[in-house]
Design a protein around this ligand. Sequence first.
Ligand code: AMP
Length: 444
Amino acid sequence: MKFTELGLAEPILRAVAEQGYDTPTPIQAQAIPQVLAGGDLLAAAQTGTGKTAGFTLPILQRLIGTPNQKHPRVLVLTPTRELAAQVGESVHNYGKYLKLKSMVMFGGVNINPQTDKLRRGVDILVATPGRLMDHHGQGNIDLSHVEILVLDEADRMLDMGFIHDIKRIFKLLPKQRQNLLFSATFSDEIRTLAQGLLHEPKTIEVARRNSTVEVIEQTIYTVDRERKRELLTHLIKAQNWFQVLVFTRTKHGANRLAEQLDKDGISAMAIHGNKSQGARTRALNEFKDGKLQVLVATDIAARGIDIDQLPYVVNYELPQVAEDYVHRIGRTGRAGATGLAVSLVCVDEFKLLKDIERLTHREFTRYAVKGFEPDLSVKPEPIQKPRTGVRSSPANRGGARTSSAKPVSPQNRINRPQGPTAHGAKKPASGHKPSMHRTGGRGQ
Ligand code: AMP
């Protein structure tokens, strides 16, 4: 089958051809006719299957005759800002020969330009739920004209705790509308959501393009605040980690850590907003080429850079905003590769860790590396204020669902060291973890 056989208008076909595609993927071949026909759709499809064009192309086709309405007629909800940006780009690319107006909105950035854009009229709105609700709260948006609702990566949306926002958004939409639900997995929660949302949906299921399971192994090491750098150096050297993306909370912290790692014999550079674009690009290229072992980044700096599928992400400091944890670890373990996300957590950060556990619906086992056991009787010190007052919207490419951590009741108490020493570089079964033991939990 060719795209030309699907009943799409010439300006859309031209844009598709310009992207270099002439044959629809299986999900596109099935979804496009269904969406054009106006029915609801339940699609089991993940990223990599071509699902975005699967809903974008027929949606563009359906709006073609009546562009430039004041209020959005299509609402695409995504769990993460990266996905929102990606979908927005697809809408833009495939719709480039049409007169439709589209916009992307997500949190973590200034709300005012989004408000201005909304005022100028939008046909297709791609949004993360949190920021959409912020706009609604400010009276910036009227969703009562939405004809088509798309929930993209619905499973991730639920994983990330968006169910309440989503339900509130449903209430703002007209009852009569077309609903398209895309989800990589079908849990009971998703089925319940689908049952309440969809009317006689056509169900489409396509096989994964890559059959390897994406796994992000998440490990929490408790450590004294003053010994984090030492522990990081130890882990990198003992485990022979390469291409490690390390997150710090501040630019100053990123600089200092990169310098210290360099002194420890680990090639490292920092990227953050105060670095020139040239310096950032240079660091990034060296990192991608494998010349640079460690890249130290702040959340904001990391957001704008095109690096993913990394083997190692380290949270040298936990983020202030729990959603950023999901953003950060989403940099690893993509596209079938196994990734390791390690967080070095000191007593000051236990509350932040709890916030992350609440968001990701899991409790992490706290481990300590032998020789780096923290003194947990130390009084926590306050962490400096969040970087902006703007709510951050989550972003994730699938990290939060997969974890090696077992649920425990985290009491944050230390236990006697057990097991082989980390210095023996004896790797555990996972091949990732150095010698370690729980610092809180059952049966210890
Ligand atoms: P998605 O699953 O929507 O994230 O798309 C995955 C990738 O497949 C993107 O890079 C698309 O640009 C690409 N893609 C979408 N449709 C096609 C197609 N018909 N043929 C080849 N590649 C495509």
